[in-house]
Design a protein around this ligand. Structure first.
Ligand SMILES: NC(=O)c1ccc[n+]([C@@H]2O[C@H](COP(=O)([O-])OP(=O)(O)OC[C@H]3O[C@@H](n4cnc5c(N)ncnc54)[C@H](O)[C@@H]3O)[C@@H](O)[C@H]2O)c1
Length: 437
């Protein structure tokens, strides 16, 4: 342990907790990660990483002497100077964030008499810090500090995002606690935004909402491109060069999913509504995304007629490449709609599983997925799909219909490979309408 190394307890051994713990260990701190799922802790103790996140295995293995795993709160807290909260905050039926796991962590804290700082990594509604502060004070834990330190990492690049973030946001009630949390990040070269707790909480929600807005915006542009004969890929390139706009998050596709965007947009919408404000833009962003996921069904119906008995292969189940996370994945919505239309659905993904997708046949290879299929839908832009022998795929299908839901592949090459190829917001050539193929 380095001289500056602190002792950190991390509550939650999920995507955020494990990356946070591993990265803090890499920075020289001593970390104890606590979870409530015995199999998860047992696996981590054996050196097995229960999630797929590039670089995480190596980081955990390389810092084994500085990171431990436990089910026990007392063991996690023992000697800790910081308690990072990285538990899930899924949506409730009302769309509000379910903070029950956060409250459990707060209430499970023993009556410690020394100074310790709680740092909130979980994404929580604005006002949560204030409520936690109140609860701690009520319990006679006024000396326990509270800092909002939201997480902006993206699954698939989370380790890099943590070590090389665009910014570190720290919102504290007590500036000394904020200083202490900032000091934990020593070694990371990034701007630090210091704010009050409510603003730090809102920064996280607003950042996600801004990104989602860009996605729904470009998806709507794509839909208009389809109707008017323009190509959204060119359009995105053309507007992305404008420095006021920028290039990122301008890829049209079948909509966003994942464990963050859908739930965080709902939580912000509800947060606004609960405060008496109707967040019109965000409502539209959410609705556009829902419709976008379903547009593929319309395209397939246009090309195949009734989908009953048609075999449709989905390439990709994860909500994006380089993760095994399928929470709110567009592929699941698509599969559900296809099954409801009576289609036979077969799916391939290199790491994600079709758990809970009853009626979907998951196969090991792209070849197995496409053999005899009436249509293929590329749902997740896994890099290995670039290397597929597409002419062979077209030949192996019953009907070579291909919907590229991520605009990943080259339309000309795919058409030359023998496909009736359609994508998102990319006009088909004048005489090559997929509907006629
Ligand atoms: N996944 C992401 O990329 C990402 C990025 C930024 C922010 N976030 C936010 O971070 C939080 C965690 O997200 P995640 O994807 O890591 O969730 P996750 O579901 O992968 O992990 C949460 C973990 O917390 C554990 N847990 C539940 N109650 C606990 C308790 N009382 N003590 C200890 N552990 C407990 C669960 O068993 C689970 O392993 C959420 O609020 C999420 O919105 C996630």
């Amino acid at each position: 342990m380095s001289d500056q190394g602190k002792r950190i307890a991390v509550f939650g051994a999920g995507y955020v907790g494990l990356v946070t713990g591993a990265c803090f260990a890499e920075l020289g701190h001593t970390v104890m990660v606590r979870d409530v799922v015995p199999e998860r802790i047992a696996a981590l103790r054996r050196g097995e990483v229960p999630i797929y996140e590039p670089g995480l295995d190596e980081l955990l293995a390389g810092n084994r002497d500085r990171i431990g795993f436990t089910l026990d709160v007392a063991e996690a807290i023992d000697g800790a100077e910081f308690v990072y909260v990285a538990v899930g905050t899924p949506p409730t039926f009302s769309g509000d964030a379910d903070l029950s796991a956060v409250w459990t962590v707060v209430d499970e804290l023993p009556a410690i008499d020394r100074r310790i700082v709680i740092a909130m990594k979980s994404t929580v509604p604005v006002g949560t810090g204030e409520k936690v502060r109140h609860r701690l004070d009520q319990r006679g834990l006024g000396h326990v500090g509270y800092v909002s330190n939201p997480e902006f990492t993206a699954e698939g690049t989370a380790v890099k995002d943590f070590m090389e973030p665009d910014r570190i946001v720290i919102g504290a009630f007590d500036e000394a606690d904020g200083d202490a949390v900032e000091e934990l990040h020593r070694g990371i070269d990034a701007p630090v935004v210091r704010a009050d707790v409510a603003s730090a909480e809102m920064i996280k929600l607003a950042a996600n909402a801004a990104l989602m807005t860009r996605i729904s915006f470009i998806n709507e542009i794509a839909n208009v491109c389809e109707a008017t004969g323009a190509d959204v890929v060119k359009v995105a390139e053309g507007i992305g060069h404008d420095r006021r706009i920028g290039k990122s998050f301008l890829r049209a596709g079948v909509g966003f999913g994942g464990s963050c965007f859908p739930k965080d947009s709902l939580a912000l919408k509800q947060l606004a509504a609960n405060s008496g404000y109707h967040f019109q833009v965000l409502n539209a962003v959410i609705e556009v995304n829902e419709l976008q996921k379903r547009r593929v069904i319309g395209k397939l119906t246009q090309m195949l007629g009734s989908l009953r008995g048609k075999r449709v292969a989905l390439l990709g189940l994860a909500f994006k490449p380089n993760t095994d996370d399928t929470r709110e994945a567009p592929a699941f919505v698509l599969a559900g709609r296809l099954l409801a239309e009576g289609a036979d659905v077969v799916a391939w993904d290199p790491v994600a599983h079709a758990d809970g997708l009853h009626g979907v046949e998951q196969v090991e290879t792209v070849d197995d997925a496409v053999r005899g299929a009436d249509a293929v839908v590329l749902v997740t832009e896994w890099p290995q799909l670039r290397d597929v022998d597409w002419p062979a795929v077209a030949a192996a299908m019953r009907r070579p219909i291909f919907v590229d839901g991520r605009n990943m592949l080259d339309p000309d090459a795919m058409r030359a490979a023998g496909f009736a190829y359609d994508a998102v917001g990319r006009a088909a050539p004048p005489n090559g309408s997929p509907a006629n193929s």
